[in-house]
Design a protein around this ligand. Structure first.
Ligand code: TMP
Length: 211
């Protein structure tokens, strides 16, 4: 059986990723594609438990390297229990955040640097890479405003403005370094506009026409 297709959605806070993950999954399913929708941190029982440690509590509760290790521990569980079996079964996996979030948030945001994160990545993930990564880009001010209006701010949303500026630049830098894998999507538009841009990128990059 041919391996399924792995698509990740990435970006800072308030870019509407979770809504777009659902819309993309529905559009693919309507075309008869078998889809697994999942998220990080989380997506497997142990990984969801680790998520609670990461998104709750004081902003400074973790040393940045400990935090990156927790994200990679969660990712390992997620890969083993959810992502790899689904791909091996020929399913398409649509994932709300993946490894680029660790590079952007911990590597750039917390300034651990690219090398440390790349070393963790090699040890935990090896050469599995998404077939397509959609980076939903929105100015920090707008994104944090949207996220705050949703209520119940999580630990990352409470981090300072400079942290968010660095991680936005981080995502754009990742996209510049890997233009074949990454498509930057302007997330300032309406839900429909962003969805159209995403379906356009899926068509252009993966050759799949989605209704
Ligand atoms: P969510 O709000 O998109 O569900 O993600 C939870 C938070 O975790 C989000 O603020 C980004 C953060 N995060 C990291 O800092 N590093 C990571 O590797 C991942 C996957 C998420």
């Amino acid at each position: 059986m041919t391996r399924g297709v792995f698509i990740t959605l990435e970006g800072g806070e308030g870019g509407g990723k979770s809504t777009q993950v659902q819309l993309l999954a529905h559009a693919l399913a309507a075309r008869g594609i078998e889809v697994t929708v999942t998220r990080e941190p989380g997506g497997a029982p142990g990984a969801e438990q680790i998520r609670a440690l990461l998104v709750n509590g004081e902003t400074g509760r973790w040393d940045p390297l400990s935090e990156a290790l927790l994200h990679y521990a969660a990712r390992r569980e997620h890969l083993r229990h959810t992502i790899l079996p689904a791909l091996a079964g020929g399913r398409w996996v649509i994932c709300d955040r993946f490894a680029d979030s660790t590079m952007a948030y911990q590597g750039y945001g917390h300034e651990l640097g690219r090398e440390v994160i790349a070393a963790l990545h090699d040890a935990v993930v090896g050469d599995l890479a998404p077939d397509l990564t959609l980076i939903l880009d929105i100015p920090v001010e707008n994104g944090l405003g949207r996220a705050a209006s949703r209520g119940g701010e999580d630990r990352y949303e409470r981090m300072d403005r400079k942290f968010h500026d660095r991680l936005r630049e981080g995502f754009l830098d990742i996209a510049r370094r890997e233009p074949r894998r990454c498509a930057v999507i302007d997330a300032t538009g309406t839900v429909d506009e962003v969805q159209a841009a995403i379906l356009g990128a899926v068509h252009q990059r993966l050759g799949v026409n989605v209704p």
